[in-house]
Design a binder for this molecule. Structure first.
Ligand code: FES
Length: 137
């Protein structure tokens, strides 16, 4: 996890989560430039512009907190649990939408297939068991 600050916001970047969607680079090229080192330069835009772009980061690789908030811990309102050799269990306030943005579930709990064999995708239908899905392989 890397941190960058402009004195107002602290931007956090977790490279292991990045899916290279390029929302940041396209949204604020003066701040997010993968050809520069460091690749994040918070002098390129206002804190509001920066947080607006980070809010649309689909992977969560980019996040931020306001310096004025100090170190207070923000409790997540949703949890995703990867079960052993089974589905992803979603709990809490986490909406599920289709690719057009139509809401399929407005909140958890629900279980998402991660083996790829469900006949009721995106939901798990238990097929992972009969197919012998093993997430350790
Ligand atoms: S994880 Fe259960 S059917 Fe795919």
């Amino acid at each position: 996890m890397k941190e960058y600050t402009n004195g107002e916001v602290i931007v956090l970047w977790d490279p292991d989560k990045c899916i290279h969607s390029r929302h940041c680079i396209k949204g604020l090229p003066k701040v997010f430039d993968r050809d520069k080192r460091p690749w994040i330069d918070l002098k390129g835009a206002s804190s509001e512009e920066i947080t607006k772009v980070i809010d649309i980061c689909p992977s969560g690789a980019l996040s931020y907190r306001r310096v004025s908030d100090g170190e207070k811990k923000i409790e997540p309102s949703a949890q995703i649990k990867a079960t052993k050799s089974g589905p992803l269990l979603i709990q809490g306030d986490c909406a599920l939408t289709d690719e057009e943005g139509k809401v399929l579930k407005d909140k958890g709990p629900y279980a998402l297939c991660r083996c790829g064999n469900s006949k009721n995708k995106p939901y798990c239908d238990g097929t992972h068991t009969e197919r012998g899905f093993n997430d350790s392989q």
